[in-house]
Ligand binder design. Structure first.
Ligand SMILES: Nc1ncnc2c1ncn2[C@@H]1O[C@H](COP(=O)(O)OP(=O)(O)O)[C@@H](O)[C@H]1O
Ligand SMILES: CC(=O)N[C@@H](CCC(=O)OP(=O)(O)O)C(=O)O
Length: 291
């Protein structure tokens, strides 16, 4: 049932101080994982991003696509393998990774945003992120695994991103880098986003995922941790409360904070308008990481 007009107007007025505070500021948003699986959820999120841009905030979106890559690899008869949350990526797999991220997911996001009347520009990670191959990773106690074409970001060509923002377009960036010889490297999207947020000194860095935030028990919603600092994160890792896909997230969040990002938030991409609630209301949503 529609709310009375004055209640609806109050929601806009509640947003006023936040719009005034955040206009002109740069927010990096990592969008990935299961929160990307449902078309309705994707559209709702992207409309929220268009809204941010329309009220003068400068969002930069870094997207993932791990699930789609896994499914395409399986179709090709390849068996996905992860070490410490990172996909082992051989020559055949990197072609699939590039195809899924740059030719499918990235243009689809831009198209939906255009459909909502937003301005967005797709940027291939390879065009802005310079990387180098990761050394072999330790699995278990001592086994070293060659990760293939998996990299870390050593430089960001921020001028290309800045140009898009100056043109009032939302940069939508895929998590790939190029190495010194121009070869594509697969970058975990959380790590790519954390590096970009740090280099751009984002006012906020927001992760949208498929959990309410960081939890003491990922199966119990009530165990959500609303605010956490570096020392507490280290303890949560030691106690193996933060595991799996949450590890690259907290690591890149801490990296971004060390680089001067003001605030990092983990919110649930499945909750309708969690992004707008986090930014434009006093309601605390998800987990905030403070320096
Ligand atoms: N303490 C924790 N709190 C919340 N989620 C956690 C925690 N530890 C591990 N996880 C896992 O991390 C996952 C999120 O990481 P991931 O699946 O890589 O997200 P995305 O694909 O959105 O980047 C959650 O679905 C959850 O299973
Ligand atoms: C090296 C590495 O693991 N790269 C990731 C890149 C995509 C990603 O991170 O996507 P999500 O954010 O949706 O998980 C991968 O191949 O799955």
């Amino acid at each position: 049932m529609a709310q009375p007009p004055n209640v609806r107007a109050e929601a806009l007025i509640e947003a006023l101080p936040f719009i005034q505070k955040f206009r002109g500021q740069l927010f990096v948003i990592k969008y990935g994982g299961s929160a990307m699986e449902d078309e309705q959820v994707v559209e709702r999120f992207l409309r929220d991003v268009v809204f941010l841009e329309a009220v003068g905030i400068n969002p930069v979106v870094i997207h993932g696509g791990g699930k789609a890559i896994t499914s395409k690899m399986r179709d090709a008869g390849l068996k996905p393998r992860f070490v410490n949350g990172l996909r082992v990526t051989d020559e055949q797999s990197i072609c699939i990774v590039e195809d899924v991220l740059d030719n499918e997911i990235n243009p689809a996001i831009v198209k939906v945003m255009h459909g909502f009347g937003g301005k967005a520009v797709g940027i291939k990670g390879k065009d802005v992120l310079i990387g180098k191959k990761l050394p072999p990773q330790t699995e278990g106690k001592s086994t070293k695994i060659d990760m293939g074409f998996v990299g870390e970001v050593i430089d960001v060509q921020t001028d290309i991103i800045a140009k898009a923002i100056a043109a009032e377009s939302v940069p939508v960036i895929s998590p790939l880098a190029r190495d010194a010889s121009g070869h594509a490297l697969n970058i975990n999207a959380d790590i790519a986003a954390g590096t970009v947020a740090g280099r751009l000194r984002a006012a906020k860095f927001i992760y949208l995922s498929d959990v309410p935030g960081i939890m003491r028990d990922p199966t119990d919603k009530e165990s959500l941790i609303p605010s956490v600092n570096r020392a507490e994160i280290e303890q949560l890792r030691e106690d193996e409360i933060i595991t799996g896909g949450m590890i690259p997230k907290v690591e890149s969040a801490l990296h971004a904070l060390a680089e001067g990002v003001e605030k990092v938030h983990f919110i649930d991409g499945r909750t309708p308008h969690s992004l707008l609630l986090e930014i434009f209301t006093n309601t605390g949503v998800g987990t905030e990481i403070v320096a």
